[in-house]
Design a protein around this ligand. Sequence first.
Ligand code: ATP
Ligand code: MG
Length: 369
Amino acid sequence: MAIKKIFESIKETITDAIYLGPKGIIGIDIGLSAIKMAEVSLSAEGSYKIMNYSSIPLPEGAIIEDEIQKEDEILAALQAGLKELRSGNKFACVGLSGANTLIKRLQLAGGTEEEIDDQVSWEAEQYLPFPIDEGNIAFSVVGENQGGGVDVIVGAAKKSTVTAFKDIVERVNLKVKVVDLGAAATLNVFESALGEEFKRSDKTWILMDLGAQKTHFMIYKNGVLVFFKEINIGGLTITEEIQRHMGVNYEEAESLKIHGDGNGNIPEEIIEIINQVLDSFFGELKKTIDFWVSSTSEESFDGCYLTGGGAQVPGLIEALQELLETEVQVFNPFSSFSYNKNKISEELIDEIAFRGVCAIGLAMRSIPK
Ligand SMILES: Nc1ncnc2c1ncn2[C@@H]1O[C@H](COP(=O)(O)OP(=O)(O)OP(=O)(O)O)[C@@H](O)[C@H]1O
Ligand SMILES: [Mg+2]
């Protein structure tokens, strides 16, 4: 299974990507709030162009963590997404995240390739949320540690989860060529779009994907991912609190959060709920950063980039800036990627910039030979 190669995208970058032709592979990101699909092309000069994009909302609870709950609704959304793409492309790359996946940095004693392989198996076992023989594991060496050994980033996914996502996508007549970790795909877009400054050896960045059910928190240093944590707070946490406090259903709560009173004003009581959720989110973030600082003695960051629909929460950027004591900005893939104006309307640009990055990264994966 191609997931063995998941961390290729972390180690190798744009220079190794193969030319996919105008169609390439459809990147499919099945998130809690929507199924997002993208197609991307790579020019001979090495620049990326977003060729096609669709986003079809999913009803409440269609997917919980990484378990498929409402199969028919997901199939319908996959079909609707493909219809909107009108692409004819039959190859797909599907992203995974959640409780049945793992991304973790491990400090190992090092040695020969075989010894490192063995150490990864022993060490990873204690963190894996499933028995080791039920998963696919990949790793990438990210540096040397003080003990004279090596640090690796391990990526893993439970085989049955890989199969479940592959099967559901293949039921709409696509051929799944790659199953990747969504976070690795997202990181690939950051690396490709932000370029050399981002990969500089003396720079440390915080990257966050603020989704609906979870937030991916990453630290990227010296041109590699060095820390990853999935925090179980996202846009849905706010929606659920609005539902509870205001006695409204999921759709009404989403609308109140995003559109407010209909005139673009977010009512005071919603702002209060948002701030309460942000408080507990910031508590988790602080713990995470304190852990990083205590294990590395590194305290300063060169900046923070955000992606995901949750990054649109009012007041978030300013508050984060205060907490992290570094410049926080929303990542914009269009700063270096071009797009196909025949297929992608101006109205979609914001949606893609916030919510489409993972699908774009999945579409950038090369088809294994
Ligand atoms: N303008 C807005 N203000 C606040 N929140 C917003 C806004 N627009 C979208 N959101 C929230 O962003 C979230 C959706 O973002 P995104 O598409 O990145 O999540 P997802 O990929 O579906 O979720 P996950 O990755 O956790 O499975 C929802 O919780 C939605 O309510
Ligand atoms: Mg997401």
